[in-house]
Design a protein around this ligand. Structure first.
Ligand code: ATP
Ligand code: MG
Length: 324
């Protein structure tokens, strides 16, 4: 299993319910788990990656706080695995520029980009993700819905490579996405909750900050609360959040609030989020007291990932006839 995150800010509830919970669950089922910090990709939509190493450490801290365990999972950064990055070159030869331009996630990322001009890295983003997923022959990728086009793209790359070069047998597997029951949690502005869009509730936010953010969340003008994701997406996302925290059915949460309106709904959401996150937040604060071990975890993960990437690159070069 492989999945990755951009170290561009603190992990939020969208991540947590979109993928992190699934990762922790799979890790505890003894699935071979890779947790990739995609540090190069922070530069895909901005000119300068501020506080990159601090954000990388924060990401490791968030992982630990939600129960990811470096003894069971390989936690590493792709900039420290050169053979993984070299896979980009053959992969680039398998796609057209027009095909990259049509990728819906790239289009969306460009719309929200903080760059002065769209960089080449933005267009190689899905290929880099393909290299991330394929280098360790992952077959399961727990992600949010926004990543599905990238996953489909990765499957295409694996197929094309195998067809073009895999005469002696397939080199790559085609990984499958694993969606959670919250594949697209909305942020306080009604758009996808995202750490780069100022609409997120972070795992590390305090209880008061969480209350403030939820108070300001977008709802609608219908007083009676109902769970209707298609017609009332913002209200439904808040209901879902409370339901996930309390392990309840969203319909039941909606009925419970009913005529209480959005004020009551926000109160319920705030309480359930704060209660659910309290132990995670306490663990994060405790583990964050000494940050030196965060780097050690990464070093150890990088050491584990490098020989795996070298082995895969060796197979790729063999298949391409460039193994001298
Ligand atoms: P950025 O704004 O930097 O792109 P992000 O908040 O979109 O950050 P990513 O690092 O791009 O986060 O995504 C990490 C993982 O979390 C991906 O699997 C993604 O699908 C998932 N994820 C992110 N936001 C949400 C969300 N709102 N709902 C469900 N899953 C999400
Ligand atoms: Mg994203």
């Amino acid at each position: 299993m492989l999945t990755g995150d951009r170290p561009a800010g603190r992990l939020h509830l969208g991540y947590y319910f979109g993928t992190l919970q699934n990762r922790a669950r799979l890790q505890d089922l003894a699935v071979n788990t890779f947790m990739l910090i995609v540090d190069y990709q922070v530069l895909a939509d901005r000119d300068v990656a501020e506080n990159l190493s601090g954000n990388v450490e924060d990401l490791v801290l968030d992982y630990l706080a939600v129960g990811l365990d470096p003894a069971k999972s390989t936690i590493y950064s792709h900039s420290a695995v050169p053979a993984l990055n070299q896979l980009l070159l053959p992969f680039l030869s398998l796609v057209s520029v027009a095909g990259l331009g049509r990728n819906p996630t790239i289009k969306d990322e460009i719309k929200h980009s903080q760059q002065s001009a769209v960089s080449g890295l933005m267009f190689t983003y899905p290929l880099h993700q393909a290299a991330d997923m394929l280098f360790c022959k992952s077959n399961l990728v727990p992600v949010g819905q926004d990543q599905l086009p990238h996953l489909e793209f990765t499957r295409t790359i694996a197929r094309r490579f195998n067809r073009r070069y895999g005469v002696g047998g397939d080199v790559f597997l085609e990984p499958e996405a694993l969606l959670s029951s919250a594949p697209l949690l909305l942020g306080t502005d009604g758009g996808k909750m995202s750490k780069s869009r100022g609409n997120a509730i972070a795992l590390a936010d305090g209880a008061d900050e969480t209350a403030r953010l939820i108070r300001g969340a977008k709802t609608d003008s219908i007083r009676h609360i109902t769970y209707d994701p298609l017609v009332r997406p913002e209200v439904a996302s808040l209901i879902l959040l409370a339901a996930l925290c309390q392990k309840l059915d969203p319909q039941d949460v909606a009925e419970e609030v009913g005529s209480g309106g959005s004020g009551e709904l926000k109160k319920v959401v705030t309480e359930s989020v704060n209660e659910h996150l309290a132990p995670i937040r306490a663990r994060r604060a405790e583990l964050g007291r000494d940050r030196s071990h965060l780097r050690d975890i990464l070093k150890q993960g990088n050491q584990h990932a490098n020989p795996i990437a070298e082995r895969t690159l060796g197979q790729v070069r063999e298949a391409m006839g460039t193994s001298y």
